[in-house]
Write a protein that binds this ligand. Sequence first.
Ligand SMILES: CC(=O)SCCNC(=O)CCNC(=O)[C@H](O)C(C)(C)COP(=O)(O)OP(=O)(O)OC[C@H]1O[C@@H](n2cnc3c(N)ncnc32)[C@H](O)[C@@H]1OP(=O)(O)O
Ligand SMILES: CC(=O)C(=O)O
Length: 534
Amino acid sequence: MTAPSELDDSFHVFDTTLRDGAQREGINLTVADKLAIARHLDDFGVGFIEGGWPGANPRDTEFFARAQQEIGFRHAQLVAFGSTRRAGTTAAEDPQVRALLESGAQVITLVAKSHDRHVELALRTTLDENLAMVRDTVSFLKEQGRRVFVDCEHFFDGYRANPEYAKSVVRAASGAGADVVVLCDTNGGMLPAQIQAVVGTVLADTGARLGIHAQDDTGCAVANTLAAVDAGATHVQCTANGYGERVGNANLFPVVAALELKYGKQVLPEGRLREMTRISHAIAEVVNLTPSTHQPYVGLSAFAHKAGLHASAIKVDPDLYQHIDPEQVGNTMRMLVSDMAGRASIELKGKELGIDLGDDRELVGRVVERVKERELKGYTYEAADASFEILLRTEVQGKPLRYFEVESWRAIVEDRPDGSHANEATVKLWAKGERIVATAEGNGPVNALDRALRVGLEKIYPQLAKLELVDYKVRILEGKHGTSSTTRVLISTSDGTGEWSTVGVADNVIAASWQALEDAYTYGLLRAGVAPVE
Ligand SMILES: CC(=O)SCCNC(=O)CCNC(=O)[C@H](O)C(C)(C)COP(=O)(O)OP(=O)(O)OC[C@H]1O[C@@H](n2cnc3c(N)ncnc32)[C@H](O)[C@@H]1OP(=O)(O)O
Ligand SMILES: CC(=O)C(=O)O
């Protein structure tokens, strides 16, 4: 793989997940989390990882010390973030500038004011003193042998208010030796055409090497970043999954994918783009946020096709309804089966599941009809792949896919005088010619049924011991009918190596849960390779 020193310096992918990303509400990273994310980002191949603000809090200070000792960076250079010196002092004496040096980072990003109003109101100093703060801090850090990037905070709002002053900050930074001057849309209110025009003009007027840092308050951060690149910016600041202050920052993954796949610019080491989906999800795990299923390129739904017309064209050529081959970013195409499906959707889904439907138009038509009929009753197969597979196999073999037959089941909830509840269930089943009666208690009626089913079947199917219910969702489908409405239950089950979802629909929650449980156990046995009863 390419070592940091061999990376092409003409274009920078700069990640600020550990600094700006950590400013998102709800994210609270430990040092261990930061180290784990830095490893993922380095593995992905970004050029720069902004690790935080050393000196601002003990956690960031510790992160810099440990990252340099513990991570053997293969691609990225570690960057420390801080501000220009305070007004009325020198850079050498400013404790937070010293903390930047003491962090050991060889690359430093300085945040500088570039909006005249901010200088006067927030810094409470003069416009000239702010320029001196920028010049002094940059030249001091350059003298200390550091590479320096300057983030011009509120650049675009500042440019609108006072373009000459905003540009004088760029000139002060670049004149003092800043390697890149980054124009920041700090309030995130800009639109792509505005960004493109301003970046083009500033580049022509100052000749400085420019970067872009876009917040996502208009939902345009990715587009704004690309517009800046169109205008000549050669350094993009982004965060994994778009995490960041308020609504977030430019999302690293669509920016990098656009640069590589649409602009034809190689910004990552060879082959790393194919790791993008895995890395996006791994970082989401570390920050403890569920990955967005609808995220471009890397979301579970990014290449999921629901409409029958789409499927019929995809059957001929997937490119007809996909902007790229999902494998280029490590994602996969999925077919969703629902009441919007047509024959082609079922054929493609069958292929995905490894079930041969031959050219049996009648069979496929029957499955389409059955799905539509069931979805009208409230079933949803796009969220319950395992129940769909059971339905499909049942239609293909012309008889139910069965491991056991249910004679009856019963669940009892007992309200006790002390306010507690006892839940008990009994199931009566037939499996391999044997009649089974099993009773169990649980912490709710569905849990009691689940246990009774397991207790009853485990003697015959020991494979069931591994199964675990990992999620349970209930939805009332026709709220206006109150307690008499239709209830849909979705259950997710795991066997430790994979997870599957099943659905049940009935006029009461226990009956709906029972159906979903029956499918969950049936599918678990199918996955375990157990032959169904004839
Ligand atoms: C746009 C962005 O997202 S920039 C990143 C911002 N990130 C953070 O703020 C997270 C980390 N920040 C912190 O932990 C704290 O704010 C610290 C340690 C940096 C500073 O804390 P304090 O010294 O208590 O100051 P406080 O946060 O109240 O105010 C910031 C100070 O920095 C000054 N300041 C702000 N920007 C700059 C700048 N570019 N150059 C010099 N000084 C600046 C402000 O004028 C204010 O000065 P004052 O203390 O004289 O009023
Ligand atoms: C520097 C930064 O985070 C901003 O201006 O938004």
